[in-house]
Design a protein around this ligand. Structure first.
Ligand code: HEM
Length: 510
């Protein structure tokens, strides 16, 4: 009896211990799967907000060695995870794209209810799906893209002409301004069939002014984004100023929309439907998607296309030209290619682009080192999830540091040098399939203007190099040219590039 009793006690003890150990292991496993990524120590309340400095993309890239490529930050009240290597970016876009397909909406984007109609900050869902499909088809569908080639050529040709006129009047030009204006003109034509820069278009100058305000306001860090309690106070007055500029820009676009509704079949547009026609007429309704777009939503969307196309392209061309002027060998290689493929008797056309591998390599290398939107447009985790062994709570803001990824030493040899040759004979491109080069983003939220951006970058840069000889404005030399960056709505060159263009013979050709 005693033996049976002691057997029972021992067995119960062993079972209990096993259960306890299993429970402990379970708790440990649960805790470890809820472990946040590592990151720098946080201050009370403000967290890491004041640790990032003026160039957060650089500061954060500098933390990879200490904390690894997935970093946790507390920006005031906002949980933030930063992705900073090719491996982590591949994991995000290949296996977690849907989980990270939300967006964080900043205070300025709420001005004039812009966020309600925007595509770029729309949450992933039926409205976003509908407008993305329409915009991508209208800007990049092969039929529509072919039909609008003449518009792109005309915008670039006008830019070349304006540059020549400015050079004759002043001797030098601020390059990025002209690229900005050319893209503004192009979007105006594609979307509204309007030359906003034509002196006949009286709203054009006002619109450009309002756009400038939007670009400046949109790029300012706003303390109210990090402490929801301050939203009502708007301590820096950023939202107030943005309401004014946004209101003004929206009013002008609204005038164009109303005019179109009143007179649907006027002028040049009869030849082709522009994006506004398509938005007004669209009836392609799919399950769950809204039937019609509201006028307010169309206005936000149109404004967004102007914003999306202008700064990104002008900043990229400014950096490309800066890098080429610092390196005469690279400049001469790209010019030689243009001379061989296009020749001196005509200007470059879109059909030449595919035959210019060195020009492609220059554009890729520029976007690798100077992605205009270095953190992409911040994503948001739409649910709790596990990312590379770390717990990421729902609503975490996600920065994908394309700037750091373009310099990831595991992906790039001599990552800090401008060497277009690295792309010759390589299949790496920025279409969203190669996660080491993601200046246009990747996955569902990849840039909606990718095809247009890609084509215009080549057409505009190729034309600038083919039609002019470029010199730096004294006393600037290739050795002392300022390479400082300024992060606003895009990552621009801090000191705008001023150049002296000299027309070449091909300038007078078509
Ligand atoms: C050099 C040219 C350009 C660059 C480098 C660029 C870059 C980007 C990036 C990084 C994103 C965010 C992608 C992500 O979150 O994964 C984006 C989104 C977007 N871009 Fe671009 N962009 C360029 C040109 C354009 C043009 C020409 C347009 C339109 C005419 C445009 C319209 C948009 C829109 C609407 C979105 C939001 C897409 C979405 O949220 O689904 N972009 N772009």
């Amino acid at each position: 009896m005693e033996l049976a009793w002691s057997f029972f006690v021992w067995s119960a003890g062993i079972c209990l211990s096993v259960v306890l150990v299993l429970q402990l292991l379970q708790v440990k496993a649960r805790n470890s799967s809820r472990q946040l990524p590592p990151g720098p120590p946080r201050w009370p309340i403000v967290g890491n907000l004041f640790d990032l400095g003026k160039a957060p993309h650089r500061t954060l890239a500098g933390l990879v060695q200490k904390y690894g490529p997935v970093i946790w930050l507390q920006l005031g009240a906002v949980n933030t995870v930063v992705i900073q290597s090719t491996k982590a970016s591949r994991e995000l876009f290949k296996n977690h794209d849907l989980t990270y397909s939300g967006r964080t909406i900043t205070e300025v984007m709420k001005a004039g209810s812009f966020d309600q109609g925007s595509m770029a900050i729309a949450q992933y869902g039926p409205y976003w799906r509908k407008i993305k499909r329409i915009v991508v088809t209208e800007l990049s569908g092969s039929k529509q893209f072919n039909e609008t080639a003449s518009m792109r050529k005309r915008s670039v040709d006008k830019m070349i002409q304006w540059i020549d006129e400015e050079a004759q009047a002043k001797g030098r030009v601020c390059l990025a301004n002209f690229v900005f204006l050319a893209n503004c003109n192009l979007v105006g034509n594609l979307v509204l069939s309007r030359d906003l820069l034509d002196p006949q278009c009286k709203e054009g100058a006002e619109f450009l002014n309002a756009m400038e305000g939007l670009m400046i306001g949109g790029g300012k860090p706003n303390v109210a984004d990090f402490f929801p309690i301050l939203k009502w106070l708007d301590p820096q007055g950023i939202r107030k100023k943005m309401e004014k500029d946004m209101g003004h820009a929206m009013q002008i676009v609204s005038g164009f929309v109303k005019e179109r509704i009143a007179k649907p079949q006027s002028g040049e547009r009869k030849e082709r439907k522009d994006l506004l026609d398509v938005l007004l007429e669209q009836e392609d309704t799919r399950e769950d998607e809204p039937d019609k777009l509201l006028e307010r939503d169309m206005i936000s969307l149109i404004l967004e296309l102007f914003m999306g196309a202008t700064e990104t392209t002008s900043s990229t061309i400014e950096w490309a030209m800066t890098e080429l002027l610092r390196d005469s060998k690279t400049m001469s290689k790209v010019r030689t290619e243009l001379a061989q493929v296009v020749g001196e008797n005509r200007r470059i056309n879109e059909s030449d682009i595919e035959k210019l591998p060195y020009l492609h390599a220059v554009v890729k290398e520029t976007l690798r080192l100077h992605p205009p939107i270095p953190f992409l447009i911040p994503r948001r985790a739409v649910e709790d999830n596990n990312f590379m062994g770390y717990f990421i709570p729902m609503d975490t803001q996600v920065f994908v540091n394309a700037w750091a990824i373009g310099r990831d030493p595991d992906s790039w040899d001599d990552p800090l040098s401008f060497k277009p040759e690295r792309f010759l004979g390589s299949d790496i491109d920025y279409g969203g399939q190669h996660f080491e080069l993601i200046p246009f983003g990747a996955g569902r939220r990849r840039c909606a203007g990718f095809t247009m951006g890609h084509t215009v970058l080549h057409l505009a840069l190729g034309s600038l190099l083919h039609c002019f000889e470029w010199e730096l404005d004294e006393p600037i030399t290739p050795e002392n040219i300022d390479m400082e960056e300024r992060l606003g709505i895009t990552l621009r060159k801090n000191v705008p590039l001023e150049l002296v263009p000299k027309t070449r013979d091909v300038f007078n050709k078509k």
